[in-house]
Design a protein around this ligand. Structure first.
Ligand SMILES: Nc1nc2c(ncn2[C@@H]2O[C@H](COP(=O)(O)OP(=O)(O)O)[C@@H](O)[C@H]2O)c(=O)[nH]1
Ligand SMILES: [Mg+2]
Length: 301
């Protein structure tokens, strides 16, 4: 039985921040229950501010997934991502800061400094507890973080397996304002199908690249049309150098073919219909350091 009345339904914006690679996108995908934000073990995977909307009977939590805040980088792409992350903090109801449970770092301090200038309360999520062999060893870490900042709550979690995410969700729900939902119940992101398709292609490619190629690779949807039997999608992958193009494509085109197959299956699952996907790799020199090119590719907003 649903006992919630209009008077105690809650809805709020919650920004998730943390340094690159701590598991922000994995966490929000898990809570939302749909994959709307791509993940990889490389920094700079998330480049945009993306909403992930988790709706249940009693609340709607609108998560703002952000690129990690980078310190000490001067490239236009990094500057852009810091601006995106920083702007996403303004006017939100709650902040979730994600750090790795294995320990606090200097970059975490920089992010904390940024958070402390906001009036919204912050919850600390200590992620990747699956990597901690002995749970007792968490106690000094919990002690240490409690002294660093007046967090509204500190919750150890494992975003990968979902461990303790219920507890994090209830801490979040209890701290957002009472009010009606902002988005329809079935909506899980603010992004278009075409944007999600491009991101899935980017994820499949960068996950195959290991440390070979820096993240100066971007993806653009050239065509996205619903045909009679399937959706036709043409994607351009931009890299900075000819050698990078060869790396992305792989020997005999094998690497790109694998990435394409995996992307096609995932996009098709997401859209709920068959997909025909074509991917072309092109070279545009110096784009990640060029604000003008960032606009051209739709990265800077
Ligand atoms: N072992 C472990 N790995 C995780 C966990 N959460 C995320 N990861 C991994 O950490 C990497 C970075 O995750 P991602 O969500 O892209 O991080 P983001 O840059 O903060 O958004 C990926 O390889 C994830 O699979 C976790 O709870 N445990
Ligand atoms: Mg991310």
């Amino acid at each position: 039985m649903n006992l919630t009345t209009e008077h105690d339904h809650r809805c709020g914006f919650v920004t998730v921040v943390g340094r690159p690679n701590v598991g922000k996108s994995t966490l929000v995908n898990r809570i939302v229950g749909r994959k709307f934000s791509i993940t990889s073990n490389r920094p700079q995977t998330t480049r945009h501010r993306i909403l992930g909307i988790a709706t249940n009977d009693t609340s709607q939590v609108i998560f703002v997934d952000t690129p990690g805040i980078h310190t000490g980088h001067a490239r236009a792409l990094n500057r852009h991502m810091n601006r995106v992350a920083s702007r996403a903090l303004i006017g939100v109801d709650l902040i979730v800061m994600v750090v790795e449970a294995s320990g606090w770092s200097f970059d975490d301090d920089c992010i904390l400094e940024r958070i402390s200038t906001e009036s919204a309360p912050a919850i600390l999520a200590l992620n990747k507890i699956d990597r901690i062999k002995c749970r007792e060893s968490m106690l000094p870490v919990l002690d240490d973080v409690a002294r660093r900042y007046d967090f509204a709550a500190v919750v150890p979690i494992c975003a990968r397996t979902g461990e303790n995410l219920n507890r994090l969700s209830s801490e979040v729900e209890s701290r957002i304002p009472v009010g009606p939902s902002e988005f329809p119940e079935e909506q899980f992101t603010d992004r278009s199908e075409s944007f999600l398709a491009a991101e899935i292609v980017r994820e499949k490619i960068i996950r195959r690249l290991g440390q070979e190629l820096p993240h100066r690779l971007t993806v653009e949807v050239e065509r996205f049309v619903d045909g009679k039997r399937r959706t036709l999608i043409n994607v351009l992958v931009w890299v900075e150098r000819k050698q990078h193009k060869a790396i992305v494509i792989g020997r005999n085109g094998g690497r790109l073919k694998e990435a394409g197959t995996e992307a096609r299956l995932e996009i098709s699952r997401l859209l709920g219909r068959p997909v025909h996907l074509e991917i072309w790799v092109k070279v545009r020199e110096g784009w990640s350091d060029d604000e003008h090119a960032l606009h051209g590719l739709g990265i800077a907003e």
